[in-house]
Design a protein around this ligand. Structure first.
Ligand code: FA5
Ligand code: MG
Length: 418
C-alpha cells in the first residue's frame, strides 16, 4: 500500500496535532483539512446543534457522569486490538481510517475510550462521553469524514440480587408503557446473537432489558411529537467485536427507518482488562449528526461545520428549533475521467477533493467505470459537485480547484486523465 499512500502523507516528516508531534511513516494519511477539524470541538458550543443535542442527552441521563472528550489521537491497540477487532477487520484499513502513523490513528468510534473509563472508579458504573470521531468515507449530504458520537455505559455487580434488579426495571418500565411509543423488537437473542459464555442468562436478560428500557426512554425524550402519532422504535440484531448480544436501534422518521445507534452487553474481556471482572453491563454508541439532522431539519451534514452566523445564530441552548435554510448558491459540476492503477481506492480520491476544495465539495459521484477490453486498464469517471454554502463560486474558482484536484490525483494516485 505504501506507494499509493505516500502522496497523502503531509510533506513534513512529522504530523502536528494539539501541540503534539507524531512521526510520519508509510501509512500516514491524515490530510491537513482533517487535522483542522480536530480542533473545532463542536460538541462544546452551547448554541451549536451538536452541543445542544449532546447536552440534552446528558440531561436525560441525569445520574450518569459526563466525561470530557479525550484527545482524538489514540493507539491502534485502544481503537481496535483491545476491543477484539480481528486483524483483518475492514475498519483497520488505511482506506477506511486516518492514521498519523502505523501505531496511532484518529479514533473511529468513542468505544476506544471504554476501557480507560471503566478503569476509573469515580465514574465507571454509569457514564457518557461525547467526542469527534473520524472515518474515511464517501462525500455526500449525510457522510462527512468527521462526525460525533456519544458513548454511554452502565455496570452492575455480577452478583447482584436478580429479584431487586427486576423489581427496579419493572418499576421503570411502567412509565414507558404509558407513553405514546410502539416498540418493534425484532432482535432474537440466541445462537447468532448469544449471551456470552460465563454469563448467567438470567442476569443477561435483565441487563438487556435495562439497556432497552434506557434507550427507548431516550428515543421517546428526543423524538416524541405532539401530533398524536406514536413514535416507532425498532430493535434489530447486530454484531460488534466488543458486545454480545448486540443490537441496533432505528427510529421511523418520514417513513424511513433511521439507524441511530449500536449497543449491546459489554464483552467480559473489556471489563477484565479494565480491572473490573466482577461487573457486567451494557454500552451504546450513538451518532449525533444523524439525530441532529432530523431534530433540527438540517439538510446537509456540511452545515454543522459552517462558521456562517446565518447558521449559528438560528439555534439556542436547550431548543430543537428547525433550521431555516438561507439561499442556496448554484452548484458547479465537473466531470473527470481517468485511467487508474489496480490499487486505486475511491476514498483516496475523495480525500484529495476534500483537501483541495474543503467544504466547497458537496458531492463526489462515480458516474461511469469500465475495464478496457484489450489493455485491461481500468477507467473511472467522477462527477464532482462544487458549491459554497456562503457565496456564488465563479467559473474561474471552480476551474482552478478542479485543475488542482486533477494535478494531485495524477501525482499522488498515479491516475492518467483520459
Ligand atoms: C460503532 O461505532 C460502535 N462503536 C457503537 C457501539 C458502542 C456498539 C458501544 C456497541 C457498544 P457504528 O459504526 O454502527 O458502531 O456507529 C454507531 C452510530 O454512529 C451509527 O448508528 C450512526 O448513527 C453513526 N454513524 C456511523 N457512521 C456514520 C457516518 N459516516 N456519518 C454519520 N453517522 C455515522
Ligand atoms: Mg452500523
Amino acid at each position: 500500500l505504501a506507494p499509493l499512500r505516500r502522496g497523502l502523507a503531509t510533506a513534513a516528516s512529522n504530523v502536528q496535532l494539539n501541540g503534539r508531534l507524531y512521526a510520519a511513516d508509510s501509512v500516514t494519511n491524515v490530510p491537513a483539512a482533517i487535522l483542522e477539524k480536530a480542533q473545532r470541538r463542536l460538541y462544546k458550543i452551547p448554541n451549536h446543534p451538536i452541543g445542544i443535542l449532546s447536552h440534552r442527552i446528558a440531561s436525560h441521563f441525569a445520574h450518569f457522569a459526563n466525561i470530557d472528550a479525550p484527545d482524538p489521537v489514540v493507539s491502534v491497540a485502544k481503537n481496535f486490538d483491545e476491543l477484539g477487532f480481528e486483524p483483518d477487520h475492514p475498519g483497520r484499513r488505511v482506506t477506511d481510517s486516518y492514521y498519523l502513523n502505523k501505531d496511532t490513528l484518529l479514533r473511529t468510534h468513542t468505544s476506544a475510550h471504554e476501557i480507560e473509563t471503566f478503569r476509573n472508579p469515580a465514574v465507571r458504573d454509569a457514564w457518557l462521553l461525547t467526542a469527534d470521531v473520524y472515518r474515511r468515507d464517501e462525500i455526500d449530504r449525510s457522510h462527512y469524514p468527521v462526525f460525533h458520537q456519544m458513548e454511554g455505559a452502565r455496570l452492575f455487580d455480577a452478583s447482584a440480587d436478580l429479584r431487586a434488579l427486576e423489581d427496579r426495571i419493572e418499576h421503570d418500565e411502567h412509565a414507558l408503557r404509558l407513553a405514546n411509543v410502539r416498540i418493534h423488537d425484532e432482535s432474537r437473542v440466541g445462537e447468532v446473537n448469544p449471551f456470552q459464555h460465563g454469563h448467567d442468562p438470567a442476569l443477561g436478560r435483565l441487563v438487556v432489558r435495562d439497556l432497552k428500557l434506557a434507550l427507548n426512554g431516550l428515543m421517546l425524550d428526543l423524538f416524541a411529537s405532539d401530533d398524536g402519532k406514536p413514535l416507532e422504535v425498532r430493535w434489530i440484531d447486530s454484531t460488534f467485536p466488543f458486545t454480545s448480544p448486540s443490537f441496533e436501534v432505528e427510529v421511523l422518521w418520514n417513513d424511513e427507518w433511521l439507524e441511530v445507534l449500536g449497543s449491546g452487553m459489554i464483552m467480559q474481556r473489556t471489563l477484565d482488562t479494565a480491572g473490573v471482572p466482577d461487573k457486567v453491563g451494557w454500552a451504546f454508541g450513538l451518532g449525533l449528526e444523524r439525530i441532529a439532522m432530523v431534530l433540527f431539519s438540517i439538510p446537509d451534514i456540511r452545515l454543522f461545520w459552517s462558521t456562517d452566523s446565518r447558521f449559528l445564530a438560528q439555534f439556542s441552548p436547550g431548543k430543537f428549533s428547525p433550521f431555516k435554510p438561507y439561499s442556496r448558491y448554484p452548484e458547479c459540476k465537473r466531470d473527470t475521467s481517468f485511467w487508474h492503477p489496480p490499487m486505486f481506492h475511491e476514498n483516496d480520491f475523495c480525500d484529495i477533493v476534500r483537501d483541495v476544495a474543503g467544504d466547497l465539495a458537496e458531492d463526489v459521484q462515480l458516474v461511469d467505470q469500465f475495464v478496457h477490453p484489450k489493455t485491461q486498464r481500468s477507467s473511472a469517471t467522477y462527477r464532482i459537485n462544487y458549491r459554497s454554502m456562503d457565496k456564488s463560486l465563479t467559473n474561474e474558482e471552480v476551474n482552478e480547484m478542479h485543475a488542482q484536484v486533477i494535478e494531485r490525483a495524477t501525482r499522488q494516485l498515479g491516475v492518467e486523465v483520459r
